[in-house]
Ligand binder design. Sequence first.
Ligand SMILES: Cc1ncc(C[n+]2csc(CCOP(=O)(O)OP(=O)(O)O)c2C)c(N)n1
Ligand SMILES: [Mg+2]
Length: 389
Amino acid sequence: MAETKVKAASKASNSTKKSSTPKAASSKDTNTVKQPDPVLPPANAEAEAATGAPKATTPANPEFPKETYLQWYEQMQLMRKFEEKAGQLYGQQKIKGFCHLYIGQEACVAGAVSALTKGDKWITAYRDHAHPLALGTSPNAIMAELFAKATGCSKGKGGSMHIFDKEVNFIGGHGIVGGQVPLGAGIAFAEKYNKTGNLCICYMGDGAVRQGALHEAFNMAMLWKLPVIFVVENNGYAMGTSVQRTSNVTELYTLGEGYDMPSEPVNAMNVEDVHNAVARAAERARAGEGPTFLEFKTYRYKGHSMSDPAKYRTKEELEDYRSRDSIEAVRHTILTHNMATEEDLAAIDEKIKGQVQESVEFAENSPYPTADELYKDVYVQQDYPYIRD
Ligand SMILES: Cc1ncc(C[n+]2csc(CCOP(=O)(O)OP(=O)(O)O)c2C)c(N)n1
Ligand SMILES: [Mg+2]
């Protein structure tokens, strides 16, 4: 019953999906083959008609209470300001190694946090600073991890791609593309086996959907009706390779249908849509109906990692997405519907600025791990807790 409904809903929203495809990258912007157009989330048709470019949407009647909009604003601003600072610090070589920023994708996390409950488990790939920030991990512990300091949430031994925080049920931070997908299914299996009533939300990038492990995990999760929400954050590119260059199947959510998994596309530049889709999937998971596959159509404003100048896309494409920025949309809704004043929002911004600054000072002033840490949290450790006879 529920399955049929979701598929029908997907088809309906699918029909509006390609309303604002930007121009493809010009051949001078690419050093390889001309890139086809990326898949875009649906645009606000009225704004598009007026300006030629879709704008942030402001609902006539906000669907959610003021507290929810303010929570979204604060969480998303924290993610963005933290990431902007991390980008600056990388430029100054305070942060080294890999560093993948989440700027532009904030609604993918904020809308899910509001739709889920505290006991639910989270897992994602290496673009992983924002998820724990929104779940409540201290910015200090994440920044210190980026600095490879002993006070970091992974004791300075993981770095940007391996943020973990058991306290908030954030189970990483994984560098192997698609590697976390079977892990997400396994976590959901444990929740079901232990009858906790909790679920696992498992994020991945669009590059991960071509990995064999995903298909094996989807099949098993569906067969065993595991309480898992698989989310692909389709930001149009895996490093510099657009989705269209990877496969004939560019509507990624349809891949779930091969396993009879309820699957739907979501305009993830819109935090309300993210919340609603995740809430529906969670209800199904908790009712014992098993997994859902959500395709979050989103965009990253920065390159793949700090070493990517993003020459494979046009300025126009980037500007198009920026013009419907999810934080701006929430800000606009808050102000238009008098949920808070400009001054109230400025006070939130100021608080976040202070938190981010404090995290930098904390990281700067923390020590590096000592050499004996090399022998801890690995199999050689005498009392390593995960091996049992
Ligand atoms: C199995 C595997 N192959 C290749 C890589 C190298 N690699 C790192 S990130 C990446 C692109 C993944 O893109 P996507 O899944 O779309 O996530 P995004 O970076 O867009 O969030 C690749 C190919 C890897 N880490 N793991
Ligand atoms: Mg991607």
